[in-house]
Design a protein around this ligand. Sequence first.
Ligand code: GLY
Length: 344
Amino acid sequence: MSDSSFSRRTFLGTAGAVVAGTALAPRSAIAAPAIVLRPPSHPVAVASANGLRGVARAVEMVLKGGDTLDAAVEGVKIQELDPNDDSVGYGGLPNEEGTVQLDASCMHGPTRRAGAVGALEGIKTPSEVARLVLKYTNHIMLVGRDAQRFAMSYGFKLEDLLTPESREKWLQWRANRGSNDDYLDVPATEKMAIRPTGTVNMNVVAPNGDISSVTTTSGLAWKIPGRVGDSPIVGAGQYTDNDIGAAGSTGRGESNIMVCGGFLTVEHMRRGMHPKDAALETLKRVVAMTPPRLLRPDGKPSFGLQFYAVNKKGEYGAASIFRARFAVADQKGARVEDTAVLFA
Ligand code: GLY
């Protein structure tokens, strides 16, 4: 690595994180000004609502001394491997050609490192591949066929990511796509018309104040092949600053990319905002950046977008354009709560 003060040996779990924190002390001195936040007494994990089992798992791991990034990855893997979650990993809805292309990114606060993969095919757990990019390379993002080859070099096997259910949804969508094609219209569910943009984002803070974040997704259903959304974009789909907090997103990725929402939410927290208020403030910027073609007649956005955030003190919050829910786990256990909303 060109930066000798930041060798790959610093990513070695909790013990390595302590070493990295020491090695990085001079760098912190020139970083953006940070408010001093005292760590929580108990781990906290916050996620999109589909991450309910995941936040429980992440907190359990951190309580046993596990690293925050490992905990977040194990948490989101529950959804990646769940064939019934059609927004992520195995069973995620495919692109317009019927191919599942997955995106993921992660950040490890203690070592200030990031990893990401885009348009990855045939691997159920892109969050693990993003963590491998973070851990073993001098790069941040690998994409497409080469991201797949990279994963295979670590022992991942290629698998069919379509389930019978997700294949059927794609077939229905294709049949109803155009009135002028040669596929006969078939009865389809309302969901086929909505084009889901589900995802799972998770942000974890440990009792020592270390923080990590992960976002993983199958992206926009029926997307143009090669499209990557916000999830693999560090600073949009998720972002961690170990001095401040972490934030991530689900929903319409293009609208998040336009405001670098993960980063912006952390920056709002840096200025002292509570995570919930920081997430709401980011959404106001999203609306201000929304072009007329994406506004409904009442002036509100025609899409959904959610942000989830946690700060170094263990305060957490989430906000959405319209009503939504999110998952949190702390000393009170794992539960789902309502997000703050921009438009009731
Ligand atoms: N937020 C997920 C996506 O737009 O791909």
